[in-house]
Each structure stands twice: as structure tokens, then as C-alpha cells.
Design a protein around this ligand. Structure first.
Ligand code: HPA
Length: 263
């Protein structure tokens, strides 16, 4: 069963033929909302809106550990994370859909590991490639089959939020190598890795990042909704297509967690 975590612009999944909802309780507290189970094209899917059903949970207060633990508990075969971002790279314009392949993490103060229990061995996971390449390839293939233009690859910078960045901060992120900026990609991606669940992101560019393009003098919120509404229609089609090929996802290679004693 594939899981979809929805972000801004995707708080419900209309293509899901809902069978039931479950209020999950986890050792880390409650997820952002009830897990919604159902089928897409006859395939089982579970959906969770990251910011809650009323879009009330800001990025720094999302209970990422509860969300990931609950999905893993249901033995999901992979997670597609959908989130809006700001475009830093010059060729990224509002409405573009990007499948990032790298992460820079600027978040702080978030619960970012499952391996912090007292008395348990220090555990490190390999995070060289933070996203699952095979799952990303399935999304690329879906885009090609559907004629939806996707940009595969890009460095996602995760900022703390909930405020947007200053123009100087975006300049710094660009110097660091970032192509796009969002607030929720971490620790979501690393928690999925710790649980060894294949994880890929579909990022929708909602706006030019601060100080860039038509955000040169500020970000115009009134345009964001329209951009997201249109692009999320394409994201739904991509998800439908990927779910049809879901058996491939289950066979994705999973990196092993390394347990290093005494470090
Ligand atoms: N910055 C950070 N997160 C975002 C942005 C942005 O410009 N747009 C959408 N999510």
C-alpha cells in the first residue's frame, strides 16, 4: 500500500475512493489527522494531510514522527510526499513540478530522529541519497506517460518557517547549492529513511523565492492559490498513474540502518 502525504494545496485527495478513517495513536503522539484509507484505480492507498484537515498545523509544529510512525505501522510500501515550494533556480517558475534528489536542512528544534531513546545503541542511517531513486523514476515515468512536464532532480532546502525567507537568505541558500525552498521536507525524509520506507517528493513551485522573479519586492499570496489548484490537478494525475504501477514500488531496494556502538 502506497502512502501519500499531502501539503498545502492537497489537504484532501478527491481521487481516493475512501473506505475508512483511522485515528492513530503512536508512541510519539497523534499524527496530523486521521489516516484516510481507500483505493485509487483499485489499489490500496492511505492519505494523510501534513498540516491537518483544516490546514491548521504550521510546518514547525507538525508531528513528523507520529505521521511517519503511523504510516510505517500500516506497512506502507512507499511514501509520496507532496509539498509546495518556492523556486530559487532561475528556470523554476510558479506551477512547475519538481522531483528533488537532494536536501539541505536548515530546520532546528524539530524532533528529527526515532533513535533518541535512552539505553538504545547510537544509530546512524545512510542519507547520502535522501530520496528513493526508484520511486522517483516511477513518478518521472508517469509524467512521460501523461505528458506532464516534470523537472527531475534538484536540491531542496528545508527552512524552519513559518515565515518566508528574506532575499538575503535566499541568496545564501543559492550559494549553498539550493534550487528550491520549502518548510516541511525535513525531518520527514530522514524519518522515512530511519524506518526504511522508500520516500519521494513531488514539489510544486508556488512562487518565486523571496527576491527572485516576480517576488523581487515581495511574495504575492493572492496568486498562490490559483497556481497550486492548477498544478495539484496534475499531481493527482501523477499519483493515479504511479499507484497503477505500485507493485514496482514494493520491490524498491531499502538501505539498512547502521548501528555503531560507542560513537
Ligand atoms: N519558501 C519556503 N516555503 C515555501 C515557499 C517559499 O518561498 N513557497 C511555498 N513554500
Amino acid at each position: 500500500m502506497l502512502a501519500i502525504i499531502g501539503g498545502s494545496g492537497l489537504t484532501t485527495l478527491s481521487i481516493l475512493d475512501v473506505s475508512h478513517r483511522e485515528v492513530a495513536r503512536t508512541p510519539y503522539g497523534e499524527p496530523s489527522g486521521p489516516l484516510v484509507f481507500g483505493q485509487i484505480c483499485g489499489q490500496p492507498v492511505v492519505f494523510l494531510p501534513r498540516h491537518g484537515y483544516g490546514h491548521t498545523i504550521p510546518p514547525h509544529q507538525v508531528n513528523y514522527r507520529a505521521n511517519l510512525w503511523a504510516l510505517h505501522h500500516h506497512q506502507v510500501s512507499g511514501i509520496i510526499s507532496v509539498a509546495s515550494v518556492g523556486g530559487i533556480r532561475a528556470d523554476l517558475a510558479p506551477g512547475d513540478i519538481v522531483l528533488p534528489d537532494q536536501i539541505l536542512d536548515y530546520t532546528w528544534g524539530r524532533q528529527s530522529t526515532f533513535f533518541d531513546g535512552l539505553g538504545t545503541p547510537v544509530t546512524h542511517v545512510d542519507f547520502t541519497e535522501p530520496y528513493d531513486a526508484l520511486l522517483r523514476e516511477h513518478i518521472v515515468a508517469a509524467g512521460m506517460a501523461l505528458g506532464i512536464a516534470l523537472k527531475s532532480g534538484g536540491v531542496y532546502a528545508a527552512t524552519q518557517g513559518p515565515r518566508l525567507e528574506t532575499a538575503a537568505e535566499i541568496n545564501r541558500l543559492e550559494r549553498d547549492g539550493a534550487d528550491l525552498v520549502g518548510m516541511t521536507g525535513m525531518p520527514e525524509a530522514v524519518l522515512a529513511r530511519e524506518l526504511q520506507v522508500p520516500y519521494a517528493a513531488i514539489n510544486v513551485v508556488a512562487n518565486h523565492a523571496a527576491g527572485r522573479g516576480d517576488s523581487l519586492n515581495g511574495i504575492h499570496f493572492e496568486r498562490l492559490d490559483d497556481v497550486l489548484r492548477e498544478a495539484m490537478g496534475q499531481v493527482r494525475s501523477l499519483i493515479e498513474h504511479v499507484v497503477g504501477c505500485e507493485t514496482c514500488v514494493a520491490t524498491a531496494t531499502r538501505p539498512a540502518a547502521a548501528t555503531l556502538s560507542g560513537t
